[in-house]
Design a protein around this ligand. Structure first.
Ligand SMILES: Cc1cc2nc3c(=O)[nH]c(=O)nc-3n(C[C@H](O)[C@H](O)[C@H](O)COP(=O)(O)OP(=O)(O)OC[C@H]3O[C@@H](n4cnc5c(N)ncnc54)[C@H](O)[C@@H]3O)c2cc1C
Length: 530
């Protein structure tokens, strides 16, 4: 008997101290199993590069595409729209091929209520129409500035200069629903050029499909994973929180919290910008300045959809309900999850979204406090007699160490050079992919494309093609082949070109001679009139 106890005690000791760690060598490490990571691994596999390992910190695939159970339903608390339902959008193609249920959002199905509960929808439409002109002018301004190489500016400044200066609660609510609700941040910090010139609507159209499929939006990512991973495939390792990424010209070594070590020739980092901006993953040596700078310039927005389950439905039937209160962005946009085509009647689930500072504030307080705030707003809209919810779900994307925010909202002034820095590998070994490294940042399709792009670059290199080495700052010099001092490696012309005269002598730089010509013409003109 005694020996049995001893044996049990000894085995307990071994279990409690035993390391779950391993040491693995592979060709490519894919860090993160969100859309970008799974897309990258799938592309590697498709190109014949099957020697890879995916390391994921959570216990699931999907990342910011996350299905949870709430109020008797499976709901998507992260990405839940397909942005652009065109056949050119691979995400839409997948959603369509799996017959995923949902509806094309109808922005006209809207009820607007003020803080006295009055229906002010017609005023809403009037104000919305008054935003049309300034908003189109701001778009035109973005097009013009982009075409003529003028610097970026905050969307707020552009809107103001185009005549939009919201002062009333209604104007602020219209502005919030038109901009903040999409970008996750205020126009004051949103880029005019990058925000207004988002290629997504141009590429795939403006329609958006809201998914309510009970398999969750993540189903498409799981299907992608299953297309190349066998059941219990050792190339996918969940619950592996990465703590250190050591890199050199020779390769990458990754250490996880459980003490495992993974070495590879290449690694693909797919963490959100929020994670990269935190100190939770240490890079050894630290990332080069050009990479660090651009990572910190990207803004990580916060977009929090709060779900509530009620004993009965008391709200409007429309798809969207807007609350116009005194405080800008305070529980402004609501979604009726029982609107036609969404969840069946009797599901009694209502959703409200907060962004930026309001979302951050709510994340930091108890769910009870948030519920009290929500109920106070709902009671101004629907009367004191409405019931409290039986359940509430407040996601905390900002506090979650695996995300630290919702999606990227590129800062003002991130230009093509910034994009190159975001996308460029470090030392030709450490590659970066994710929603934030795409010009059309912020979406599930962005992550899809970025994963595939980086996998393609690695597969090309491994296959003997050209290898991407890293970011090269632009070289300034004379870019004109006809000039004496033509610099074949120059990527940006600095106006220094020297051209031979007919006799073979050099003349002054073009910029100087142009100046002389203009001054001479001016003097000549002046002399003519005196
Ligand atoms: C609330 C919300 C609403 C959204 N709405 C939409 C929408 O309607 N439509 C749309 O297209 N997009 C939407 N998005 C954005 C979209 O979800 C993301 O752009 C996309 O899913 C990002 O994919 P990713 O692979 O780049 O990053 P992620 O999904 O973040 O994948 C990175 C992975 O790395 C893992 N990871 C992080 N740190 C570590 C670590 N230390 N060790 C190991 N693993 C780690 C994470 O767990 C994660 O799985 C929304 C996002 C949120 C949060």
């Amino acid at each position: 008997m005694f020996s049995i106890f001893l044996r049990i005690a000894a085995s307990l000791l071994i279990t409690s101290t035993a390391c779950q760690c391993e040491t693995v060598k592979t060709k490519v490490l894919v860090l993160g199993a969100g859309m970008a990571g799974i897309s990258a691994a799938r592309s590697l596999n498709q190109s014949g590069l099957t020697d890879f390992v995916i390391l994921e910190g959570t216990g699931r695939v999907g990342g910011r595409v996350w299905k949870v159970q709430f109020g008797g339903k499976n709901i998507d608390i992260g990405g839940n729209w397909v942005h652009g339902i065109s056949d050119d959008n691979p995400v839409w193609e997948m959603v369509k091929s799996y017959n995923m249920t949902g509806i094309v959002s109808n922005w006209d199905s809207i009820k607007v209520r003020n803080s006295s509960g009055h229906d002010v929808t017609s005023q809403w439409h009037t104000v919305l129409v008054s935003l049309d002109e300034p908003s189109e002018a701001a778009y035109d301004l973005a097009v013009e500035r982009n075409a003529t190489g003028q610097p970026d500016m905050p969307l707020r400044a552009a809107l103001k200069s185009c005549g939009w200066n919201p002062t009333s609660s209604m104007e602020k609510a219209v502005e919030y629903a038109s901009y903040d609700w999409g970008y996750g941040e205020e126009p004051d910090v949103t880029s005019l050029l990058r925000g207004e010139l988002d290629p997504t609507p141009e590429l795939y159209g403006e329609s958006e499909y809201l998914i309510t499929d009970q398999r969750g939006y993540v189903y498409i990512i799981k299907q992608m994973a299953e297309s190349f991973l066998a059941e219990d495939d050792q190339r996918l390792k969940l619950n592996k929180t990465i703590t250190t990424i050591q890199w050199s010209d020779d390769g990458v070594t990754v250490t996880t919290k459980d003490g495992s070590r993974y070495t590879a020739d290449f690694a693909i980092v797919t963490f959100s910008m929020g994670v990269l901006q935190s100190n939770s993953v240490e890079f050894v040596p630290g990332l080069p300045n050009w990479k660090r700078e651009v990572i910190f310039r990207v803004r990580m927005s916060l977009y929090t959809t709060i779900y509530m389950k009620f004993p009965s439905k008391f709200w409007d039937d429309d798809e969207y309900i807007v609350y116009v209160g005194e405080r800008r962005g305070y529980f402004t946009v609501w979604q009726n999850m029982e609107a036609e085509g969404l969840f069946p009647a009797g599901t009694n689930i209502l959703q409200v979204t907060l962004t930026a500072e309001e979302a951050r504030r709510v994340e930091a307080q108890s769910d009870q406090a948030t519920q009290a705030e929500i109920m106070a707003v709902l009671r101004t809209m629907y009367g004191a007699g409405i019931p409290d919810p039986t359940d509430i779900l407040v996601p905390r994307w900002g506090q979650d160490p695996f995300f630290r925010g919702s999606f990227a909202n590129w800062g003002v002034g991130i230009d093509d050079e910034g994009l190159r820095k975001l996308q460029a590998p470090v030392a030709g070994r450490l590659f970066f992919a994710g929603e934030a490294t795409d010009l059309a940042y912020g979406f599930i399709h962005s992550a899809f494309f970025e994963g595939a792009r980086v996998a393609g670059a690695i597969a090309t290199c491994v296959g003997g093609g050209p290898c991407e080495e890293g970011y090269q700052p632009p070289r300034r010099g004379c870019t004109c082949p006809a000039a004496d001092n033509f610099d074949i490696q120059a990527t940006v012309d600095n106006g220094s070109c020297l051209y031979p005269t007919s006799g073979g002598d050099r003349i002054v730089p073009f910029s100087t001679s142009f100046y002389i010509m203009v001054v001479t013409a001016f003097i000549w003109n002046d002399m003519k009139w005196h």
